[in-house]
Ligand binder design. Structure first.
Ligand code: GTP
Ligand code: MG
Length: 195
């Protein structure tokens, strides 16, 4: 996909602020710091349109980025950040849950996991929940540049097995640093949107 235009649209704190033009939405889920914002930037070849930070738990809103006049990337708040209070987490859960279940233009969730580590309990719960509710999901293994090439297959296997991914499914390897996986990910997105 050729990205001619990418623009930040809104940090939404509730459904009233979601765009109303019905363009398809691709949401990014994953733990804080896994590389969601970096992935968006790499997909659209912009250094810092989606704000990245070394401070985990920064993104607390649904951040909408419009790509051409074709689709939105929706950067979801990272989950599993220990310093967030229980009450906050429960609120977060409800907010995201209703977005994922009820948002009509949502076509696909990209669930990001760090290729270096086995998926956490939160990752497992999120993936299982998405499958259970029939939300289309692809797993993206980020930070591929941080693992030696020869070790990558082993790491992918751990991810596949820990998440108990259905037969024939496997994580897509990605590096925002190198641009690895970018074309494959765009191709998968296009498939899901019937473009
Ligand atoms: P929250 O907004 O807090 O949920 O985090 P996030 O998931 O958006 O992560 P973000 O993109 O801000 O990245 C977190 C840190 O990881 C930053 O320091 C990035 O530079 C780094 N990072 C992200 N992707 C990669 C990658 O593919 N390779 C390497 N080496 N570093 C990465
Ligand atoms: Mg972010």
């Amino acid at each position: 996909m050729k990205v001619n235009q990418a623009e930040f649209v809104i940090s939404a704190v509730g459904p009233g602020q979601y765009p109303q033009d019905a363009l398809p939405e691709i949401a990014l889920a994953g733990r804080s710091n896994v590389g969601k914002s970096s992935l968006i930037n790499r997909m659209i070849n912009r250094k810092n349109l989606a704000r990245t930070s070394s401070q985990p738990g920064k993104t607390q809103t649904l951040n909408y980025y419009r790509i051409n006049q074709d689709l939105y990337f929706v950067d979801l708040p990272g989950y599993g950040y220990a310093k967030v209070s229980k009450t906050k987490r429960a609120e977060w859960g409800k907010f995201i849950e209703s977005y994922l279940l009820e948002r009509e233009p949502l076509k696909l969730v990209m669930q990001l996991v760090d290729v270096r580590h086995a998926p956490s309990k939160d990752d497992q719960a999120m993936y299982e929940w998405l499958l259970h509710h029939g939300v289309p999901v692809i797993v993206v293994a980020t930070k591929a540049d941080k693992v030696p090439k020869t070790q990558l297959p082993k790491h992918l296997k751990v991810i596949r097995e820990t998440l108990e991914m259905p037969k024939g499914q496997q994580p897509l390897l990605f590096s925002s640093e190198l641009g690895l996986g970018k074309d494959e990910l765009w191709a998968l997105i296009m498939q899901h949107l019937d473009f």
